[in-house]
Design a protein around this ligand. Structure first.
Ligand code: MG
Length: 254
């Protein structure tokens, strides 16, 4: 079932979302060669708890019964797509890092992701990052009451493929609210006449993952880190949004 949120509940989601956006912005600003992914995680977790929020990825249950996620943020570098685990790895010039972060504040969730270049990166990689963020924004534009969710999916896929990047199929966006993951699934590929009709008060997390090569991915033996099958690099952007009577509202603004 897809839950609808009233004005008061969307207000709480905006507070959770803004905290996520603020933390991501803070991390983006300090990313440079030599910093460890574990340091980024510690800073995010500290800021989260200082604001009275729960870092909801920490101890998140594994979908197939493996070990719970051991950190507050996901850090996925280069050919890593999503769910990378922060630790001692140091960022180096020319890397890209995707950071995914979610919180629960006052009973409601916020979830967002960004991909950031570390120093100077290859021009094709820069294009991957900008196209992934543009695809997210194209999708958000389509998230209007009365239209089908497939319009969001199609807009993302079209923009990605027009720019010769592929869209990951195995991981998708999701409804969000009291829980981090609610109905419906929000694929980043599809047709505009498919999927549920969007209604005012729906809140969803839209999160395209684009690869330079093929869309195929697999999970490493650490049980979490998803990487591209062909080793090509991947970018990820995400916003939590609310469907309104007018334009969609981005809840996780940075
Ligand atoms: Mg998400």
């Amino acid at each position: 079932m897809i839950s609808l949120k009233n004005r008061n509940e969307i207000g709480k989601m905006r507070r959770a979302g803004r905290l996520v956006g603020r933390v991501l912005k803070m991390l983006e600003n300090i990313i440079e060669p030599g910093i460890s992914t574990g340091r980024l995680n510690a800073l995010a977790e500290e800021e989260c708890r200082r604001n009275g929020a729960l870092p909801v990825f920490r101890n998140y249950p594994h979908p197939r019964g493996g070990r719970a996620f051991p950190a507050a943020i996901c850090t996925s570098l280069n050919e890593e797509v999503v769910h990378g685990i922060p630790g001692s790895r140091l960022l180096k010039e020319g890397d890209i890092i995707s950071i995914d972060f979610g919180v629960i504040l006052d009973g409601f969730a916020g979830d967002a992701a960004i991909t950031v270049p570390v120093g100077q990166v290859d021009s094709r990689v820069r294009k991957l990052i900008t196209t992934t963020e543009e695809s997210l924004m194209r999708g958000i534009e389509q998230a209007q009451a009365g239209r089908r969710l497939g319009g969001v999916s199609q807009a993302i896929q079209e923009h990605a493929e027009k720019n010769c990047f592929s869209v990951v199929r195995d991981f998708v966006g999701h409804g969000i609210g009291r829980d981090m993951h609610e109905q419906p699934p929000v694929p980043n590929y599809g047709k505009r006449d498919r999927g549920p009709v969007l209604k005012e008060g729906m809140t969803i997390a839209i999160e395209p993952m684009l690869n330079i090569g093929s869309y195929q991915v697999y999970t490493r033996s650490d049980e979490w880190t998803v990487v591209t099958r062909d080793g090509s690099w991947s970018a990820h952007f995400e916003h939590s949004i609310a469907i309104t009577a007018g334009e969609p509202e981005i809840l996780t603004l940075r």
